[in-house]
Design a protein around this ligand. Sequence first.
Ligand SMILES: [Zn+2]
Length: 170
Amino acid sequence: MIAVLFPHFALLRVELIRPTGCTVRIQARGREPSAACPGCGTVSRRVHSGYERKMSDTAISNQQAILQLRVRRFFCGSSDCPKKTFAEQIPGLTFRHGRCTMLLRTVREAIALALGGRAGARLAELRRSESARTRCCGSSGPCPTRKSARCESWASTTSRSSGVTTTAPC
Ligand SMILES: [Zn+2]
């Protein structure tokens, strides 16, 4: 069922999906036992450590979705590689330093290119697929008002820059 509803999670082992307030939190980890070093391409299975990474995803039934991904850091096995360790990336889902999934980034870019500025911010707000809500709130408490000062601040920032996606970092 998850593969049908969330095809971009195909390489994840979803462990828990739980609603918290107006947010759906998804706890997951990668399925693959190894990962390729981004520096040299060497595949490693030696895990150095792990940590949790939170990222926004596209809305689920108009509820904000937060992916809580357990990420492993691997040792690179190549003595020639400048990287001693590296964090795994999930192909098609995550990217380096990204705070949203690749799918959400694609949606944001499409909105920004089509509408830009305030119109794009309003549409993203309605879709709850991110925009200011997740960035300025992201809490599990009561749903915030749509006109919070920080949200407005983000909207005006985006508007000034004509919706360039770099103003809406993931
Ligand atoms: Zn390497």
